[in-house]
Design a protein around this ligand. Structure first.
Ligand code: C5P
Length: 329
C-alpha cells in the first residue's frame, strides 16, 4: 500500500530580517502564501526497518540530510512504531529555490506517513516535529495566507487573501539560505551598544512590519472591510501592496551576488506584473498579475526571452487542503 500527497510551494509576500539571536537564528517576520505549483510525495510502508528516499534528482539527498527522512524518523520515534518507510519524491519544484519545496515535501511525508500508519499525531506533536526539522515546515501545516514570526516557524493563519494570478520564474541557480543570512550579518553587522550585542536598527526594522502590513491590508478598505467604489478586492490589495512598498530583505544581499536575479525582477515588471519580488532567499522570483490572461501572456513572453517561467495562482487554505490531500493510493 502507498499514500501520495501533493506537496505545494509557497512564496513570501514581504520578509523582514531582524536581529541574530543567541540560538543562531534570525528573528523574522513574513507572510507566507501557498501557490498551486507542486511536487508529488509518495510514502510506502512495509515490513522491516529503515527509511529509504527515492528521487531521480541527484541534488536531493537520500540520507538523514533530507527533511523527509528527518520527519519520518521523528514520527516513528514519537509513535513508537517500527516499519520500512520508502519515500518517493517526484520533483518538479526547484531545489534551493526559495519556494519551500524541501519543507513542503517533509510535511507531505508527515501527512502520508500518518495515513499509512493509521495513527494521527496530536496537532501539537505535528507542529513540534515540523519546527524541529526546519523553520519553513510549519507553514505547510496551515496553508493559504500565513503569518510567520519567531525564526519563521511560529505560524498563524491569516484571513485568506483572494487568489492572485502569478508568474513564477525559476532561474537555474540555487541560493543557500544559511549563506544568505550570513551575508546579511556581514552587510548589516550588529552594533555594540553598552555591554550588550544588539542591533537596534534590525529591531526597529522588524517592528515596522506590522505597521506596513496593517497599511497594506487596510489601505483601501473602510473599517467594515468594504473596498472603495468600483474596485474588486484582489485588485485593490494588489495596488496597495505596491503602494505600501512591502519588500523582501533578502533582495538586499542576494541581488548584489546574483545580478541576473535583479534583472529577472525587472523583466517581470516589463511584462506587466503589478508587484514582483524574490521569494524567500531565492532564487525564485514571482510577479502578481491582475488576471489569468495577463499572467499567461507574461510567462510566455519571459520564456521567449529564455527564462523558465510558469503562470499559476495562489492557493487559499481551503483549496490547499482539498488539493494536497487528493491522496492517491
Ligand atoms: O530552519 P532551517 O533549517 O531553515 O534553517 C537553516 C539555517 O538557516 C539555520 O541553521 C540558520 O543558520 C539559518 N536561519 C536563520 N534565521 C532564520 C532561519 C534560518 O539564521 N530565521
Amino acid at each position: 500500500m502507498a499514500t501520495s500527497v501533493r506537496s505545494f510551494a509557497k512564496i513570501n509576500l514581504g520578509l523582514k530580517i531582524g536581529p541574530l539571536r543567541e540560538d543562531g537564528f534570525h528573528e523574522l517576520r513574513t507572510i507566507y502564501q501557498t501557490v498551486a505549483l507542486s511536487d508529488q510525495v509518495r510514502v510506502d510502508l512495509g515490513k522491516g526497518v529503515g527509511i529509504e528516499i527515492v528521487c531521480k534528482d541527484p541534488r536531493v539527498p537520500d540520507d538523514e540530510n533530507n527533511t523527509c527522512w528527518r520527519v519520518a524518523d521523528r514520527i516513528l520515534r514519537s509513535l513508537k512504531v517500527r516499519g520500512k518507510v520508502r519515500i518517493s519524491i517526484d520533483k518538479r519544484l526547484p531545489v534551493q529555490g526559495g519556494l519551500g519545496a524541501a519543507s513542503s515535501n517533509a510535511v507531505a511525508t508527515m501527512l502520508a506517513l500518518e495515513k499509512e500508519l493509521k495513527q494521527p499525531l496530536a496537532p501539537a506533536e505535528r507542529l513540534r516535529i515540523a519546527s524541529e526539522v526546519g523553520s519553513d515546515l510549519p507553514l505547510f501545516l496551515v496553508g493559504g495566507t500565513v503569518l510567520g514570526t519567531g525564526h519563521g516557524e511560529q505560524v498563524y493563519p491569516l484571513d485568506d487573501l483572494p487568489s492572485f494570478d502569478c508568474v513564477i520564474a525559476t532561474p537555474n541557480v540555487g541560493v543557500s539560505t544559511p549563506a544568505a543570512f550570513a551575508d546579511w550579518d556581514k552587510k548589516f553587522p550588529a552594533k555594540l551598544t553598552g555591554s550588550k550585542l544588539t542591533e537596534p536598527s534590525a529591531s526597529d526594522r522588524i517592528s515596522t512590519f506590522s505597521r506596513t502590513i496593517y497599511e497594506w491590508l487596510n489601505g483601501s478598505f473602510t473599517p467594515t472591510g468594504v473596498p472603495g467604489k468600483g474596485r474588486d478586492r484582489a485588485e485593490a490589495l494588489l495596488l496597495d501592496l505596491v503602494r505600501t512598498g512591502i519588500e523582501n530583505d533578502f533582495e538586499r544581499v542576494v541581488f548584489p551576488l546574483y545580478p541576473e536575479l535583479r534583472d529577472i525582477k525587472g523583466a517581470l515588471g516589463r511584462v506587466g506584473s503589478r508587484y514582483a519580488s524574490l521569494s524567500g532567499s531565492g532564487s525564485t522570483l514571482y510577479g502578481l498579475f491582475r488576471s489569468r490572461a495577463e499572467a499567461a501572456k507574461a510567462a510566455s513572453r519571459l520564456r521567449k526571452q529564455g527564462l523558465t517561467a510558469v503562470a499559476t495562482s495562489t492557493l487559499t487554505r481551503q483549496k490547499y487542503w482539498r488539493e494536497s490531500l487528493v491522496v492517491g493510493r
